[in-house]
Write a protein that binds this ligand. Structure first.
Ligand code: SF4
Length: 118
């Protein structure tokens, strides 16, 4: 008696019920097999740039809202080739970002990525 719905119908229902993209992302992420998304060994390694100690609640929320992840899942788009990338301090594996506070992994990514032009 159960009816399978298509992806299009799924997203139409989400739009109808007013569930935002962040909520959908949270639901989809919760379906994963591990915290880091599973798969490669690199994805399972601890994130050296994951310490958000000292950031305000709002600054942490910005990281979440922009869907920052320490390992990019988009081909050829990484923090270190993004216009907003800030080079790491000498000896640090983590750089920074002009719009997201806190340590940023050079091979990370967020939905604000723009190709570095200079
Ligand atoms: S805007 Fe996003 S992709 Fe670009 S450096 Fe900052 S966190 Fe990385």
């Amino acid at each position: 008696m159960s009816k399978k719905i298509t992806r299009k119908e799924f997203f139409q229902k989400i739009a109808f019920y007013g569930i935002g993209a962040a909520g959908v992302a949270g639901v989809l992420n919760s379906c994963g097999s591990s915290e880091e998304g599973g798969g490669s060994e690199a994805a399972k390694a601890p994130d050296p740039c994951g310490d958000t100690t000292g950031l305000t609640e709002m600054e942490i929320k910005v990281r979440t809202t922009f869907e920052y992840i320490p390992t990019s899942n988009v081909a050829n788009k990484f923090c270190d080739n993004c216009q907003f990338w800030v080079l790491p301090a000498e000896g640090s594996p983590c750089g920074g970002c002009q719009i997201i506070k806190g340590p940023i992994h050079p091979k990370g990514y967020c939905n604000q990525w723009i190709i570095k032009t200079a």
